[in-house]
Each structure stands twice: as structure tokens, then as C-alpha cells.
Design a protein around this ligand. Structure first.
Ligand code: FAD
Length: 410
């Protein structure tokens, strides 16, 4: 019996487990290494749209996603007293609308994908251990040889594998080991923080969006845990807050939002007990190549399009499906990697095209700017303009012809 080919995947969020699922389905043996000590359950509602949803269906997780949807009714723009400026009901199509039909907490989706991957690869091989997860470790060195890759781990030990896939996010350090400084992160001038706070009777199942002067925005969104997912975003100079520790990040948020009004006090109070604060300067990754030798980039590590695109999850799911499918379809990994880049490049390029003026237009600095945004939201939400309003939030989630690799599943 020919031994199974082996892959090492860095990052257990969305892209990594999805790839592990598909590689195992194609008969590979996969190890996923995740730096965090356990699966990270933080993050907010994320959208599974278009081709991403088709991939989820092919993985057999679409029903699981539907069962775990947050039930968000739509998005409301509000004034400082909480009154409604404009309402955009949840979309009934899977590609348009600020609230997509399949909204799921990022941590819940990661859990679904990990569970699916562990059950993958069992059909033909009779093995239930095709996918292994290693938490609390990461790749320290990669030695890419013509016939294998030797990987060394931070916590000691080496491993030889056929391929390495780096799926560890926008700020991937592993990427640098192989691709150096060629991939660039284009900062978008917006710091965003995600946190979970207690639900109160003022909350509903509508997502609420509030703009404060100074380019500050707050959102509150329902979840499935009886709590509320909050964001605090503000326009900022790229790099200004890089390298802050969690306590410094909290201090910065308290200072920035102290006089922001609406629910700012309550959200800032939530920082006191916050365990899963996730603070980032949003940006996009642009990499001239996603593959080198026996190593490939995947997901945000390869092409982060930013949360503004609404496409991060769908791109990760589709990219994982295509990369694994191309690997299964070719004897030589170089042909597989060429196919992967050829199929994914146009899809990613469209997703990275953000609406003009993003993110500044959605985060006005002045009160007249906010009044203008609110007027635009009111018009967009009106019956006559609803279709246009929907299109404003319609990412190109279906802009790819998904290849069929079902004949390669073992
Ligand atoms: C905790 C968290 C919360 C998020 N919240 C949101 C949100 O609310 N809204 C939104 O739009 N997007 C959010 N994102 C980003 C979103 O998940 C991605 O844009 C998208 O789903 C693509 O996922 P990905 O798997 O490519 O990368 P990511 O989701 O960024 O996952 C990368 C994974 O790699 C791990 N990792 C990082 N460095 C290493 C290393 N050196 N070695 C091993 N593992 C490493 C990380 O811990 C993480 O699990 C969040 C990501 C994380 C990790």
C-alpha cells in the first residue's frame, strides 16, 4: 500500500480546518498546528456567502451553520438616543445585504470545521485519524527541499512532510519564513476591536450601528450565547497602535470612546471582564505569489481582503476547497499550485476591490459627515432604493466557477 501523502497546516481558524477536511477527503494525512493553547472561540458574526456556501454544502456543514446562525434580523443605523435612522432587513439571498442569510459566530464555524475535518478521510481509508490538531505550538523553521519539507517547531521537534500550507492569518509570521517581505499588508487606516458584553433589555435581535464624531463607530450584534458582540472602530494612522499589549489596547479604547455617547459606557465597562478582546488594524494582504517550492499560503495569510469586504470566510472556504482539489488532481505539486493560483486570483482580486472611500465614508470625522451618511442610509433603506441599498453591501461571493473534484474524493 502506498503511504498517504502528508501535509502540515499552520493555523486552526477557518482556512486551516477547511483545508484539512478536503485534503483528508482526498486521502492525505494532515497535521494542523495552532499557536493558541486551544481553539479560539472569539470573534463576531461572519458571513458565509455564495461559493463559500456551496463549499460548506459540499463539506456537509451547511445545515450545521444554519442551525448555529445568530438569527440577526438585519442592521439598524441609530442615533445617540438609540432611535432608528434606517433599517436594512436581513437578506434572503446569500450574496447581498449587510446581514447575510448565513451569519454564524466565527468561533462556532471554526468548531464545526474542526469537527468535520476530524471525521473526514474515513470513507475509503478506514482511518479516523487522518487529521491531527496540535495546539499551543507553531512553526519555527521551514527547510524546503525538492522531495520533502522539514519543519521545526517552536517547542522542539522536527517533522518531514510533503507539503506545508500557511493559513495563520493576516499577520502571519510563518509566511515571512518562506516568502520574506514580498507579501505586503496594506493598512486601511481603521483600528477595530471585537468583544463580548452582557445582553440587556435594550438589546434586540437587530444589529445596531452608531457613528460618533471623530471617525468612531460602534456596533452591537446579537449572538447565540445570550450575550452581545460589540465592535469599537476608529480611523487611525497605520502602525500607530501596533505592538500594544491587551491592557494598553483597553486603555486606548477607554480614552478614544469615553465621550462617544450612545452605548459607549456600557461597551467600555465590558472591557473590564473581557477575555476575548480581539484588536486589529484592518488591512489587506497583497502577495505576488501564494506558493513557493512545497509551501503554499491560504486564507487571510495569502490574500486578506479585510472585514470590510464581507468575503474573508467565503474566500477561506473556497481557497481551501480549490487548493486541496488541485493537489488531488495533479501528480506534481507544482502543477497543483499553478492551478490554485490561476483559479483563485480573479476571485480574490474582485473581493479585494472595496467600495470607493472605504473605510472613511462609513466612519465620518465630523457631525455633518455623519448627518450625510445617515441621510444616505435612510435613502438606501427606503423601499424605492432597497435594491440599490442591498447592492451596496453585495460582495462578489459568486464570482467563481467552482471546479468539481468529487471524483477525487476517496
Ligand atoms: C480570534 C479571531 C477573531 C476574529 N474575529 C473576526 C470578526 O469578528 N469579524 C471578521 O470579519 N473577521 C474576524 N476574524 C478574521 C476571520 O476569521 C478571517 O478573516 C477569515 O475567516 C479567514 O480566516 P483564516 O483562517 O484565513 O485566518 P484567521 O481567522 O485570522 O486565523 C488564523 C489562525 O492562525 C492562528 N495563528 C496565528 N499565528 C500562528 C502561528 N505562528 N502558528 C500557528 N497558528 C497561528 C491564529 O490563532 C488563528 O487561529 C477573526 C479571527 C480570529 C483569529
Amino acid at each position: 500500500m502506498i503511504p498517504a501523502k502528508t501535509a502540515l497546516v499552520s493555523g486552526a481558524s477557518i482556512a486551516g480546518p477547511a483545508l484539512a477536511y478536503w485534503l483528508a477527503a482526498h486521502g492525505w494525512q494532515v497535521t494542523v498546528v495552532e499557536r493558541a493553547p486551544e481553539l479560539r472561540d472569539g470573534g463576531q458574526n461572519i458571513d458565509v456567502r455564495g461559493a463559500g456556501r456551496t463549499v460548506a454544502r459540499r463539506m456537509g456543514v451547511e445545515d450545521g451553520i444554519r442551525d448555529a446562525t445568530t438569527g440577526e434580523l438585519g442592521t439598524e443605523f441609530v442615533r445617540s438616543d438609540g432611535s432608528t435612522v434606517a433599517r436594512f432587513p436581513a437578506s434572503t439571498s446569500d450574496t447581498s445585504g449587510a446581514t447575510a442569510e448565513l451569519e454564524i459566530l466565527r468561533g462556532d464555524l471554526a468548531r464545526l470545521l474542526v469537527d468535520a475535518s476530524v471525521g473526514s478521510g474515513t470513507a475509503g481509508s478506514g482511518s479516523s485519524d487522518a487529521v491531527e490538531y496540535v495546539f499551543g505550538d507553531s512553526i519555527a523553521a521551514i527547510d524546503d527541499q525538492p522531495d520533502h519539507v522539514r519543519v521545526s517547531f517552536e517547542h522542539g521537534g522536527d517533522r518531514d512532510v510533503d507539503l506545508v500550507v500557511i493559513a495563520d492569518g493576516m499577520n502571519s509570521r510563518t509566511r515571512r519564513l518562506v516568502f520574506g517581505s514580498a507579501p505586503t499588508i496594506r493598512p486601511l487606516g481603521l483600528d477595530t476591536s471585537y468583544l463580548t458584553i452582557p445582553r440587556t433589555e435594550r438589546d434586540s435581535d437587530w444589529a445596531r450601528w452608531y457613528n460618533a464624531a471623530g471617525g468612531r463607530t460602534m456596533t452591537l450584534r446579537p449572538d447565540t450565547k445570550g450575550t452581545i458582540r460589540a465592535t469599537l472602530s476608529f480611523l487611525s494612522t497605520p502602525g500607530a497602535h501596533a505592538g500594544l499589549g491587551p491592557d494598553e489596547q483597553k486603555d486606548l479604547l477607554r480614552e478614544k470612546f469615553a465621550d462617544a455617547g450612545w452605548e459607549a459606557r456600557r461597551i467600555l465597562d465590558g472591557l473590564e471582564q473581557e477575555g476575548d478582546l480581539y484588536f486589529e488594524h484592518i488591512g489587506q494582504v497583497h502577495a505576488p505569489r501564494w506558493t513557493s517550492g512545497r509551501v503554499a499560503l491560504l486564507g487571510d495569510a495569502a490574500w486578506c481582503a479585510s472585514p470590510i469586504s464581507g468575503m474573508g470566510t467565503s474566500l477561506a472556504l473556497v481557497g481551501a476547497y480549490v487548493l486541496a482539489g488541485e493537489i488531488a488532481a495533479h501528480v506534481d505539486h507544482r502543477d497543483a499550485f499553478r492551478g490554485y493560483e490561476r483559479i483563485m486570483r480573479p476571485y480574490v482580486a474582485q473581493a479585494q476591490q472595496l467600495p470607493p472611500g472605504a473605510p472613511r465614508l462609513a466612519n465620518p470625522r465630523t457631525r455633518p459627515g455623519i448627518a450625510l451618511l445617515n441621510t444616505a442610509a435612510r435613502i438606501g433603506a427606503s423601499r424605492a432604493f432597497r435594491a440599490v441599498g442591498g447592492k451596496l453591501f453585495s460582495p462578489p461571493a459568486d464570482a467563481i466557477d467552482l471546479p468539481d473534484y468529487s471524483h477525487l474524493v476517496r
